[in-house]
Design a protein around this ligand. Structure first.
Ligand code: HGY
Ligand code: MN
Ligand code: MN
Length: 414
């Protein structure tokens, strides 16, 4: 077995090239990518990465929720694998690194072991998890949630497309990823995910790597407000039941909570009025709420505070509230051993490192339910993500790949 971890480095140019090639699928004018889960673009992105997995000699399996897992055999066929992965679906008008870096760096680990003809005790598995973003189907992290046994396949298959015309199962079939492999999936010995930080911390502190300690709790809801459509000119203000006004209150209420509750973030990302005409008082408003906090008690306080405030605003306006929960996940805590391996990898690579929680959700959040899990963060320029200008410097991409390789190699030998 030529070479040990000390000399083991990925082919950074190959990883960067893979990122650039994948970004051409669903490419957007501003240099980002859009491959919404279970759309033809998502299917094409999977097809491309799957072909690279096959070229690398990985044995491919596709499970019932469309997760694609490529396996590189280990010397001990009975040993549980080390799984590396992330996602290749994106948000609308998203970036080229979110998720894609983690999948392609995982593949690069396999390619590097192949280049050096290194056999490992444990098998290596490279995973593309379905619908991490939750842009069209909820909840997010759906593929890894099903893989980890957090949602049954029938319920996931029955989810309906945003326009209600198709089921998730029909869309999976349409893109050729309604697989046979069983879920919940086999439990790995460990799961490690490389991801861009998607926030400003590493860049601001001039730190090379994040050793991620866990993921904050999250609640997503879709709220429908029903008032009374009426004439914008003739309806006296005191007679109005304006769903739009209550929706506006909701946005400001969400922001106010973040001023009152430590560590609280809140976002109203989508809002629509009906009938949505200049001269009609909005009879209906639909909006989404995304609230997150690393502390579960504070997250609950934010949820209670938001909805009691919304009830009061709706009561004043004579508007009715309907709630639909889209995602609710408690905070995830990563494995101390894996976190320490990330810190050791950073040191071995001569990089600086800090422990930090993740503000974003990740597939690692779900895999931490079933096996020792950790993540490696690399800096996001300007802290920007979920935006076509999302950028991570080439040297940080390569460093992240080497950190993932170093952590994986230690686990593959264990
Ligand atoms: O919403 C999130 O944090 C992730 O991008 N799905
Ligand atoms: Mn992601
Ligand atoms: Mn994302």
């Amino acid at each position: 077995m030529p070479g040990g971890a000390a000399e083991l480095r990925i082919n950074g140019a190959r990883l960067l090239d893979s990122i650039a090639c994948l970004a051409e699928i669903g490419a957007t004018p501003e240099g980002g990518a859009e491959r919404l889960a279970f759309t033809p673009e998502d299917g094409a992105g999977r097809d491309l990465v799957r072909s690279w997995m096959e070229d690398a000699g990985l044995d491919i399996r596709v499970d019932g929720i469309g997760n694609v897992i490529g396996r590189r055999a280990g010397e001990d066929p009975d040993a549980a694998p080390v799984m590396l992965g992330s996602h290749t679906d994106t948000v609308g008008n998203g970036g080229r690194y979110d998720g894609n870096l983690g999948v392609l760096a995982a593949l690069e680990v396999g390619r590097t072991l192949n280049d050096r003809d290194i056999r490992t005790r444990r098998p290596l598995e490279v995973a593309i998890f379905s619908n991490e973003e939750g842009s069209r189907y909820h909840p997010d992290m759906l593929g890894s949630l099903v893989y980890a046994g957090g949602l049954d396949l029938e319920s996931a298959w029955a989810l309906r497309s945003p326009d209600g015309t198709r089921t998730l199962k029909e869309e999976l079939e349409a893109i050729g990823y309604l697989g046979e492999a069983p879920v919940p999936g086999p439990v790995p010995a460990a799961y490690v995910e490389l991801h861009i930080e998607q926030g400003p911390v590493l860049e601001a502190e001039g730190i090379d790597f994040g050793a991620v300690t866990g993921v904050q709790g999250i609640l997503w809801e879709e709220i429908t407000l029903s008032g009374k459509a009426n004439h914008a000119g003739t309806t006296p203000m005191r007679f109005r039941h304006d769903a739009g006004v209550v929706a506006a209150d909701a946005v400001l209420l969400a922001r106010q909570l973040t001023r009152e509750i430590p560590g609280q973030v809140a976002t109203v990302g989508r809002m629509s009025f009906a009938p949505g005409l200049t001269n009609v008082v909005p009879g209906r408003a639909v909006f989404t709420l995304d609230i997150r906090n690393p502390d579960p008690d504070r997250l609950r306080r934010a949820e209670d505070g938001f909805f009691s405030g919304l009830e009061a605003a709706a009561g004043r306006e004579g508007v009715r509230i309907e709630r639909r929960e889209l995602a609710r996940f408690g905070p995830a805590v990563f494995d101390e051993k894996v976190i320490a391996l990330v810190e050791e990898a950073a040191a071995a690579l001569g990089g600086s490192c800090r422990r930090m929680p993740s503000g974003a959700g990740h597939d690692a959040q779900m895999m931490s339910r079933v096996c020792p899990t950790g993540m490696v963060f690399v800096p996001s320029v300007g802290g920007v993500s979920h935006n076509p200008t999302e950028f991570t410097r080439d040297e940080d991409v390569t460093a992240g790949g080497n950190a993932l390789l170093t952590v994986a190699f230690a686990l593959l030998k264990s």
